[in-house]
Design a protein around this ligand. Sequence first.
Ligand code: NAD
Length: 292
Amino acid sequence: LPEQEAFDIEYWLLEEAKLQRMPKPKSLAGRIALVTGGAGGIGQAVARQLLQEGACVMLTDIDSEALAQAKEALRKVAGPDNLATVRADITSEEQVETILNASALAFGGLDLLVSNAGIASSAPFEETSLALWERNQSILVTGYFLASRGAYRMMQQQKLGGSMVFVASKNGLVASGGAAAYCTAKAAEIHLARCLALEGAAHGIRVNVVNPDAVIRGSRIWDGKWKEERAASNKIDSDDIEDFYRQRSMLKRSVLPEDISEAVYFLLSEKAGKSTGNIINVDAGNAAAFTR
Ligand code: NAD
């Protein structure tokens, strides 16, 4: 090669190498996200990923002690000004207003919602009390309605579009024994997301769903009664529950909170800019077929 040309190539390769080493721009930089149920296993994993992608995160939960612990844990990935928390009950219209005002005050608005606060409860159908039924509807349906309506109104006012993800459940598609109240509420969440997607499209607001199947590690739902009830209903020892779900799945893999946050992040981001009213099942194959 002539000397000048060789020099040019070497210079260009060096510049390329420098570019490779430069930090990639964060995909959610400047975006403001609200995560409900943020003290729980899935909520925390989602918040961590959104913070790592550059978003400002407003974390909310009904459990103030667990919320403070989540904030402490997330400090490691959050900057000084991009994480705020507010304790609120998602079933209260006034308290949902408080969350939205807190987001506006802390960060100036809202672009992304992860509606995720939830419970799990179980009872044979004939023993399902009205109170149990209403608790499921209240937290899982009314709670998702109030959070998304509040976020929707704020996004409409901002005129900047937005993106929401509902963390529903595989049980919103596939019935599970002894959990009619929960399954019915989760099915309603999925349909609410579709209705909102239809109305939101004209405003550039996308709404999608992530359906986890049993996420046992990290989830507070599985700390308590639900684990015992599911174990009893499947006639297994509660210590074997994770193995049971893993073996039952097509992929023979356990679903982790981080698997859910990957799907939530994808749907929130512009990578999924042409998806709305859609569902991603993160369930190791369980919604498609039972292997036993
Ligand atoms: P988790 O119990 O760890 O987290 C849920 C959080 O929601 C808790 O911190 C709880 O305090 C909060 N919460 C409950 N009621 C509330 C209310 N009224 N207002 C505000 N916050 C409230 O559970 P998780 O596994 O992280 O579950 C998150 C979501 O995923 C839930 O909607 C759940 O139904 C869904 N899901 C979980 C699984 C699983 O196996 N873990 C499977 C399918 C779907």
